[in-house]
Design a binder for this molecule. Structure first.
Ligand SMILES: *Cc1c(COP(=O)(O)O)cnc(C)c1O
Length: 809
């Protein structure tokens, strides 16, 4: 990798501005400089991209393809500079040219092609694949509108469209020559060939062109550049004109064109649960059909092997069930286009696909109406039916003990197609995303499938790329760490563990403390600039940032804030370390209760933040439009990481890992990866409270919980709920009645009241611990030291060796 100096870069930026824009630096805007720098980065990485592809082709390496409806990549300029080894020089060059680096980077719109953890995981995985020299690529959709932009107006969430492609996106390359055709609807005709085999022909299908846009995925200082290929839906050229000649109405054509473009129009903004919309089904098939066609074409072109050898060279990971139609699509192509017999095609298919489960929430387990699939994808439906038939027969004949369970196991059951069942039956690997999650899958949610296929099930705890989430977002911390233990941890994140040796070194702990404080000051400035609210940078920054969902229990958090406020009103002089509660969260637009919680947080904030009687001891900040870039600002400044989901509900969480890596202490339940964090750092370095997953599951199964008992016996709880009911927090007296009713009349389905008291008590421990700076910093450094375990590099190594069987090239 060539060493590029700041002065080289400076010159190149100046030159670019003249050639491309005909302007001097003095007249250039941040945006001009952003584009100039991005094109220089492209110039540097494109030869590596070409070489990487050449190398994979010449070595005939086995490749992994990561299929995902979501890639939450955020901004790329800074991370590409970092990974290419030019970040330092670029920062220097920009400052010398008179620009603020941060403002130049901020010109890039976040690529928010995902909802939350699942999409961010996909982005971290691509970074680790490239950085570890693995031949692995992503396939997704190039949505013209990403996740909605959130504004808070009078406390309410308002959604605006995220037209992120308004300005040209410098990282994508359109590769029209690799377009493929996708077919929807139509009729399927069956013929017998002379040799007796069956032939399927499709008639009157709706054809759509899938055009790939490629984004380079730059490995960390290793010259590897892999590919994220995003498909865009377009009309097939020429057909619009032909239709015109056929004298069809002009407006019909416009409508038709519009309906095609809708397929890659927008990302569905539902996190964890999905509406059964036909358009979403179309999107799913669009992604998988284009990707599978592409994968097979490439295999045939570069490997010169029979298709029966496909599993030796290709493995496809499907990120949740959303891309699971890839399975019948693979069968369709192998049989209908490649003339394989069922059994041969099935053997190939079931050795190519691996499936990652992300949830046990029943509302999020994806199913589709049988009729919808039949109508939209008639040939795919026939194949699913056949897979189902063979699977049910195998249970009937080979597993008599499960005969009664067939309706609960069948892929097609009671008029619905169950995508997780399709994925489990057809994949060679099924993995959960944290130890407890995988155990719940095996013991409860997918118990019968586990008994049928015990060897398929395995755990791969999620991870995050430490390059973005430590090195990039927290350069000061990274520098102190490298000063202490050397910089090998950047390539080998587990070496962060060497920090333990210094976790009692007073001078050093003070240095870490200072870094945290500087980061807090930066965030306080940003908050002031965004909201006009001044916060105390000596206060405890208590952070909960994640999608808004009942199971994540932002409600429990705000109840605690209301409790503190009530206490302070009664006794304004009580001795208390000042706290700043920071929230960031988007709610699915149709998720009423989640939106009520956003409104409650903002309403509480509007009272607490302006009440001078509490002497600034409490501040509540809701930062609007939570996304990757906002996470990058908040995380380095967090003291407390709130991970308070109802135990058993959060599959893994990755926000917990990001904050741990930046020295925040987790205040959480024994859920998802919190458990693995606790096991590493020990009970003394984490704040754990609340029901366990077993207790929660036991309540769900056998009852025994009564929220009203708590309401009637705990005055603190009664007071808060009555405040919601009687309008103490609203302009109108009805404002938060629905939250009140949900807790008392639906018996508090996520155990907010049950965990309230232990949560309060644990917060008191937090407050006391924070007063002892050295002990606190010792805990903080201990967390950083163990966080290397959660680098996605580790996760990817495990996927590569246990599931994918791929080698570093
Ligand atoms: C990491 C991340 C998430 C996932 O957060 P959890 O706390 O694990 O739910 C969601 N959104 C963004 C923008 C993230 O960066």
């Amino acid at each position: 990798m060539p060493q590029i100096t700041a002065s080289d870069l400076k010159e190149r930026i100046e030159k670019r501005l003249i050639i491309e824009n005909g302007m001097e630096v003095a007249n250039a805007t941040n945006k001009d400089v952003y584009y100039a720098l991005a094109s220089i980065v492209n110039e540097e990485i494109i030869p590596n991209w070409f070489n990487t592809n050449q190398k994979y082709a010449s070595k005939r390496s086995k490749q992994v393809y990561y299929l995902s409806m979501e890639f939450l990549i955020g901004r790329l300029l800074e991370s590409n500079l970092l990974n290419y080894g030019m970040l330092h020089a670029a920062k220097e060059a920009l400052e010398e040219l008179g620009f603020h680096t941060e403002n130049v980077f901020a010109e890039e719109r976040d690529a928010a092609l995902g909802n939350g953890g699942l999409g961010r995981l996909a982005a971290c995985f691509l970074d680790s694949l490239a950085s570890l020299y693995y031949p692995g690529h992503g396939f997704g959709i190039r949505y013209r509108y990403g996740l909605f932009e959130q504004r808070i107006i009078h406390g309410n969430q308002v959604e605006l469209p995220d037209y992120w492609l308004k300005n040209p996106y410098p990282w994508e390359t359109r590769n029209e020559e690799e377009s493929v055709v996708i077919q929807f609807q139509g009729k399927v005709h069956m013929f017998k060939r002379n040799d007796g085999s069956l032939e399927f022909k499709y008639e009157n299908t709706d054809k759509v062109m899938a055009v790939p846009y490629d984004i380079p995925v730059v490995g960390y200082k290793n010259n590897v550049v892999n590919t994220l290929r995003l498909w865009s839906a377009e009309p097939i050229p020429g057909t619009e004109n032909e239709r015109m000649e056929e004298n069809q109405a002009f407006y019909h054509d416009l409508d038709h064109q519009h309906s095609i473009e809708q397929i890659s129009g927008f990302l569905y903004p539902d996190d964890s649960s999905y509406e059964g919309k036909e358009l979403r089904l179309k999107q799913q098939y669009f992604l998988v059909s284009s990707s599978i066609q592409n994968i097979l074409k490439k295999f045939k072109k570069s490997y010169h092997l029979p298709l029966s050898k496909l599993p030796e060279k290709v493995v496809i990971q499907i990120n949740d069930t959303h891309p699971s139609l890839a399975i019948p699509e693979m069968m369709r192509i192998l049989m209908d286009d490649e003339r394989m017999e069922w059994d041969a095609a099935w053997k190939v298919t079931t050795n190519v696909f691996a499936y990652t489960n992300h949830t046990t929430l029943s509302e999020a387990l994806e199913t589709w109406p049988e009729e919808m699939i039949k109508d939209l994808l008639p040939r795919i439906y026939m194949i699913i039916e056949e897979i189902n038939e063979r699977f049910c027969q195998s249970i009937w004949f080979d597993h008599e003990e499960l005969r009664d369970e067939i309706p609960e196991l069948a892929i097609i059951s009671y008029g619905r197609v169950h995508m997780a069942r399709l994925a489990i039956v057809s994949s060679f690997s099924v993995n959960g995303v944290a130890r407890i999650h995988t155990e719940i899958l095996k013991k409860k949610e997918m118990k019968d499938f586990y008994s049928l296929f015990p060897n398929k099930f395995n755990n791969k705890t999620n991870g995050i790329t430490h390059r973005r989430w430590l090195l990039q977002v927290n350069p000061k911390l990274a520098e102190v760490v490298s000063d202490v233990i050397g910089s090998q941890w950047i390539k080998r994140p587990k070496q962060l563990i060497s920090l333990l040796k210094y976790s009692n070194d007073k001078a050093l702990l003070e240095q870490f403390d200072q870094v945290k404080h500087e980061n807090k000051k930066l965030l306080a400035n940003y908050i002031h600039q965004q909201t006009g609210i001044l916060i105390d940078d000596q206060s405890i920054f208590d952070v909960q940032i994640k999608r808004l969902h009942e199971y994540k229990r932002q409600l429990l958090n705000i109840f605690h804030v209301i409790y503190l406020y009530n206490e302070l009103k009664e006794n304004p002089n009580q001795d208390m370390t000042p706290r700043t509660f920071i929230f960031g969260a988007k709610a699915a637009p149709s998720y009423y209760l989640a939106k009520e919680v956003i409104k409650l947080i903002n309403t509480v904030a509007s009272i607490v933040n302006y009440d001078t009687s509490i002497q600034g001891k409490l501040k509540v900040i809701f930062l609007e439009n939570y996304n990757v870039s906002l996470a990058e600002r908040i995380i380095p400044a967090a003291d407390i990481s709130e991970q308070i989901s109802t135990a058993s509900k959060e599959a893994s969480g990755t926000g917990n890992m990001k904050m741990m890596m930046n020295g925040a202490l987790t205040l959480g339940t024994l859920d998802g990866a919190n458990i693995e964090i606790r096991d590493l750092v020990g009970d003394d370095n984490i704040f754990i409270f609340g029901l366990t997953a077993d207790e929660v599951l036991e309540y769900y199964q056998n009852g025994g919980y009564n929220a009203r008992d708590i309401y009637h016996t705990d005055d603190r709880v009664k007071r808060i709920l009555d405040q919601l009911n009687q309008g103490a927090f609203g302009v109108h007296d009805i404002e938060f009645k629905d939250i009140f009713y949900n807790i008392l009349y639906h018996n508090d389905p996520y155990f907010v009241l049950k965990d309230f008291e232990p949560y309060l008590e644990t917060h008191e421990l937090v407050e006391r611990a924070y007063r002892d700076r050295l002990t606190w910093m010792n805990m903080s450094v201990t967390n950083i030291a163990y966080s290397g375990k959660f680098s996605s590099d580790q996760t990817i190594r495990e996927y590569a060796s246990d599931i994918w069987k791929i080698k570093q090239v």
